[in-house]
Design a protein around this ligand. Sequence first.
Ligand code: ADP
Ligand code: ASP
Ligand code: MG
Length: 436
Amino acid sequence: MKVLKFGGTSVGSPERMKNLLDIIDASERQVVVLSAVSGTTNSLVEIGQAYLVGDKTKAASLISALKAKYEIFIKDLFAKPEFLEQGKEVIDYHFSLLSSIANDLFTPVEEKIILAQGELLSTTLYHVYLKEIGVPSVLLPALDFMKTDEDNEPVVDYITSHLIPLLEKSPDNNLFITQGYICRNAFGEIDNLRRGGSDYTASLIGAGIRSEEVQIWTDIDGMHNNDPRIVQGTKPIAQLSFDEAAELAYFGAKILHPQSVFPAQKYKIPVRLLNTMDPQAKGTLITNDSEKNQIKSIAAKDGITAVKINSSRMLLAYGFLRRVFEVFERYKTSIDMITTSEVAVSLTIDDTTHLAEILGELKAFGDVEVDADHTIICVVGDFAADKHGFGSRVLEALKHLPLRMISYGGSNHNLSVLVKTEDKVEALRSLHSRLF
Ligand code: ADP
Ligand code: ASP
Ligand code: MG
């Protein structure tokens, strides 16, 4: 059984929604994961923020603007009055929930309920549309099988034990529609897999049901060899390994949610990145295999803060790095890059929620310097077979820019450098013109 995920632009208009059946083969049993209609989650974020600051007037006007869009949407989606009426009931239900939610206390729990409405809307409307055109389908509530634990990690076994019985309940049905992004957390509350999380949903379902393939349908023909929003002339990559795809996703290639590769990798499920606007294009296939000895792609991750700890106590000392890392661990702050010299260590973080406390503790080790507004530029490929030459090619392309950190050798498929964010665009373009 395949899993097909369609992103926000792929369901972004009534016409796009209708065209999904050009891609979905309704004669094959499969799970179809939908994102919210593009722009909806951003609007829901704004609505939540308005409520959080107590601005109910602003929330109300954002809600009515979004509702107006859906009223137009359903007029184009449905042809028959009976189904238009059903579509209207769907949007009335979700929008009155949005309007009434802050009547009492507004907390992050209510905020997450708001964020969940986008995927609930898109999937329910699509389900009603399939009914209108006479294509049988079952709407599966993701909240019944997608679950995270106390550490906010999804639980694949829970998906398996809860989703398989739901699929078995409808042995003659082919299309199962479900929501991306949303889940229940360890407390049973409605939660989500973070922005862009529908890719993660698809991969988790693929793992949970040991799917033969996961297809991520989006608005571009696969993973490109650089960020197409910044660099001109980027090209799709035909084949990537799970490790390479994971590095690219983690270091900023927006086409994939950062964690989405891992479940598929663990259960060896091939992932294809495909273009809804050009379904014949080959896209990118992600498996255990990859072309060896090649630079594949470049990605960039903004919002990075570098922390340097200078300490003469590091000289010839053991246990120093462990004590430094323990400080970050205590504040649940993950470290991306690290470089060391005999008397200093530099590392980077992207979550600065607890930076002040972390710095307070690190001062006990020596002088601490902090540089905000940095970007990790990550060059990904298979550098194992023949290790010489890659580093010099990357550094040559960046020789006119100040580099704050360089990291190479941590794995066989990543060379990362840290630059000021203001130098990012130039770094990406210069690397692109010299490496490809
Ligand atoms: P969806 O809504 O389908 O999930 P996203 O907007 O999340 O789509 O991801 C697709 C977008 O990712 C593309 O339109 C493209 O602008 C952006 N992108 C960033 N880096 C890359 C890359 N290396 N390859 C392909 N797309 C990329
Ligand atoms: N709708 C969610 C978002 O915009 C999830 C997704 O599209 O993957 O982040
Ligand atoms: Mg996405």
